[in-house]
Design a protein around this ligand. Sequence first.
Ligand code: PHE
Ligand code: ZN
Length: 865
Amino acid sequence: MLDVQAAAANPPVIRREDYRKPDWLMPDVFLDFALDPARALVTGRLDVTRNGAHNRPLRLHGDGLVPLKVLIDGEAQADAWRMDGPDLVIDLPGDAHVVETQVAISPEANSQLMGLYASGGNLCSQCEPEGFRRMVFFLDRPDVLSRYRVRMDADKARFPVLLSNGDLTGSGDLEHGRHWAEWTDPFPKPSYLFALVAANLSANVDHFTTKSGREVKLAIWVVESDLPKTGHAMAALKASMAWDEKVYGLEYDLGEYNIVAVHDFNFGAMENKSLNIFNSRYILADPDTATDIDYDGVSGVVAHEYFHNWSGNRVTCRDWFQLSLKEGFTVFRDQCFTADQGSAAVKRIEDVRLLRAAQFQEDAGPLAHPIRPESYMEVSNFYTATVYNKGAEVVRMLHTMLGPQKFRAGSDLYFARHDGTAATCEDFVVAMEDASGVDLSQFRLWYSQAGTPRVRATLSHEPAGGRALLTLEQTVPPTPGQPEKKPMPLPLRIALFGERSQRKFEEERLVVLDGERCEILFEGIAERPVLSINRGFSAPVVIDSDRSAADLAFLSAHDDDPFARYEAMQQLMVDTLTGAVATGQADHGPVIDAVRNTLTDPKLDASFIGETMLLPSEAFIGDQMAVVDPVAIHKAREALRRDLGQALEGEWRDAYERTRANRFELSPQAKGARRLRSIALGFIMASGASDGPEIALRQFHDADNMTDRQGAFGALANSMAPERDAAIAAFYERFRDNGLVLDKWFSTQAFSIRPDTLDRVEELSQHPDFTLANPNRLRSLVGAMSGNQLIFHDASGRGYRFLADMLLKVDGLNPQTAAKLVPPLGRWRRFDEGRAGLMKAQLQRLLDTPGLSKDMFEQVSKSLG
Ligand code: PHE
Ligand code: ZN
């Protein structure tokens, strides 16, 4: 007993360098699930074979399991096995045996949502990364691949639908109103890709014919009344299947593809072989309940999980340190898919905004880690923006440096070489290297070094000789455990523009800065050049340059790379705001002029204009400062919003009118128009115009879609006008029965900048519709509040205390989801002494709590540093 407690308080550290291949393999497994929400009996019959010459026992992973039965080659041999902590250890004399075990588990008592659990009355599994061992004793590691045959039986009325991976190979009725089904998956897979569903759901069924003529039945399973909301997900699935054939030459490999939507889910979705399980927020969409952002989330996640069928399933990961092998590559693939479906420029802008918001912060804090981590206590804590989004940037850099053809050759070679196996990040790089002939030795640093590189760019011009000299210097900041860094290869797309002629000198260059410093000479530069650098965000770095406000305004109007245009505007806004915070003085003139130019440029589409008009977030402004001052940042940003609103009031009202739609459409033009319209509304409100709240309330009530309604609701939620209360009440009344929309109701209020937001958040945590058991709901209140810089960092420390209170409650229920909410507290080093002390005090309070999960222990102890 004591030992168990000590182990929980100080969990062992797992290291990448300690990887050892499995002692035993398990080519074939048979699983039997006698299902019942209160007590399910799970039997596993495993064909195990000794892997190499050794005499070590078979260690089957378990988590909270008690063996009801252990049979070795059909016999109970009580002295051959023992429990060792959570695991079952069996001495086996020969090289091949059949081991059968049985356990009982309670899906309805499973609040962690890992293993087999109940959601909305249905039963479903979640195994990645280590949930399988909560269902039956198993070799639960990704480098053990097995062929699965799965039998299940359940009450037929309650669970008419029984699904698992692969093909249905049998089914029938049983006594006492029960029925059974058997599924066989011909593709060997690791346990984390296993899935099982027993449910009362209906399917939207469709078909796809692969390029070689395979007929695939596609089914999206939801509660019957949600069927009308599955069309967008189905269209996205078919588009993804076609895209992967066209762009990567990869085809689907089974006769069925099932997607099941559940309301209680820790992440976005899960790529289980041929049986994806989704958080319902990434499946369900209709105009009345989903915003355009939600629609994009659905197609992006559907594509992501589909693409995993090759990058993740056919080729899987050797161990969890290789997670970015499947996640970085698959995020890159889904980003490219979305870019091809709509506006590539807007997609890039959104992806970079997310990277900066989530990953740059992670890289700059106590939880920084390389995309291939070296160690962990709990692997669930490493499903991070670094592994996913920076991982995707690393793959994108390979694409940029090799070019599309060689990249594709590398990808082909990777899939051909490693199909059906568990691979490493190194295997991926070697395939890229072998196919392209490009030496990637130094590039491998992207896998081992954490931290966001910074590049200082200095441009000098010598008019007489018509020459310009660009000096680039890189530094990679120290991160925990990595005080010294080597220079990384940074692919930077660079162009120079003539200030007077407004034209680009020569073609864009791709410069790979691979040392600490380099100089690049440009000739034939007769007039003063303006530097456009890291175009398209070709490298995930921070650029420091001394470009003036005038240069940035110039680029925001004339750069021919849309991302660079956006970036120039952002930089201009950031410089203005950080200047205002530092000096208390602000010159908003250049921003106002630049915004006016973009807003009224007839050549630009509305979605791009909308992206460009968005002010940098308060958090991002804070990231630029030595010590974050949330109140001063908020004031400076609001002052800029107000001035922009007032100075351009006519333009905003014009934009608001010209984006008015007659009827709802999902075209990129219509989405862009809605985006710009709500941004314009925000500025009209910020201007203080007396009719602002009224315009917003009218939009709120008249909207025929959630994007417009939510846009108005968000604007009103920030306002002190009485219209705000009316909107909150009306929204609730209209959507109180729709969980996903209710999440918006909670989060919009928690994101509010009103001074009474913390009171409101505390009140909402007592609301009958609030629950800690549903991760979406939890994040919609607690996650939103702690992402609201002004409110969370209230100098009283109330925001910190509220978060810690919630974390303590959730940790006992769902440690994985609780631990994901810790990082905002870990940013204490970035704040003044008062706030830092209050933040640390809450972390310490968490750490001092007996019985903390290892998920929380790792996040909290590392955050304290
Ligand atoms: N592997 C999933 C994805 O990226 C994410 C996930 C991780 C889901 C762990 C559930 C649990 O698509
Ligand atoms: Zn993924």
